[in-house]
Design a protein around this ligand. Structure first.
Ligand code: F6P
Length: 192
């Protein structure tokens, strides 16, 4: 059976500062994750072929840099666009746009950032990625929190309203094995 692996990028500088979006580089811890990832993946996949998909953002490309497999970058895998809130902390957003902040809490799946995207928008832009994923063999996606929530919800048939709250921690590889109905799942967390 084939496997689909998901991992967020290693911890980024913006993660450390609590800022959303952006295109920052990895933190020192994030770099440790990038260095530890190849052994975890090769132990798991053995001799089977694997292709690595990243977004076009630096933190996913950096996380994939030591993986000895063919790599492909997808613009459609870039993180949810937070529009005018890009590069802000949640506290700053609450200060600057209190109504928006409350609306997002009210309906996180449909809330669209000013000048940016909603989770619903992201689900639509991921359609071609999902089409291709369904045709491929073993794929490792090095992605972003919101993106991986959408892909994870697709493979586990989770409802849209729950999707924006799915826990996709840093420094964890999620291995899905699609079955006739649903998917088996294993998680591996690196102690970094
Ligand atoms: O904080 C990391 C991050 O990937 C942001 O770039 C993104 O806006 C956010 O997580 C998505 O999570 P949430 O929808 O819960 O704010």
């Amino acid at each position: 059976p084939r496997n689909i692996f998901f991992s967020r990028h290693g911890e980024s500088k913006y993660n450390v500062e609590g800022k959303i979006g952006g295109d920052s580089l990895l933190s020192p811890r994030g770099m440790q994750y990038a260095k530890a990832l190849p052994a975890l993946i090769t132990d798991n996949i053995g001799e089977k072929p694997l292709t690595v998909w990243t977004s076009t953002l630096k933190r996913t490309i950096q996380t994939a840099q030591y993986l000895p497999y063919t790599k492909l970058t997808w613009k459609s895998l870039d993180e949810l666009d937070a529009g005018v809130c890009d590069a802000m902390t949640y506290e700053e957003i609450e200060q600057a746009y209190p109504d928006d902040y409350a609306n997002r809490d009210e309906d996180k799946f449909n809330y669209r950032y000013r000048g940016g995207e909603s989770y619903r928008d992201v689900v639509v832009r991921l359609e071609p990625v999902i089409m291709e994923l369904e045709r491929q063999e073993n794929i490792l996606i090095i992605g972003h929190q919101a993106i991986l929530r959408c892909l994870y919800a697709y493979f586990h048939h989770l409802p849209q309203a729950d999707l924006p709250y799915i826990k996709i921690p840093l420094h964890t590889v999620i291995k899905l094995t699609p079955k006739a109905y649903g998917c088996d799942e294993e998680r591996y967390t690196l102690p970094i």
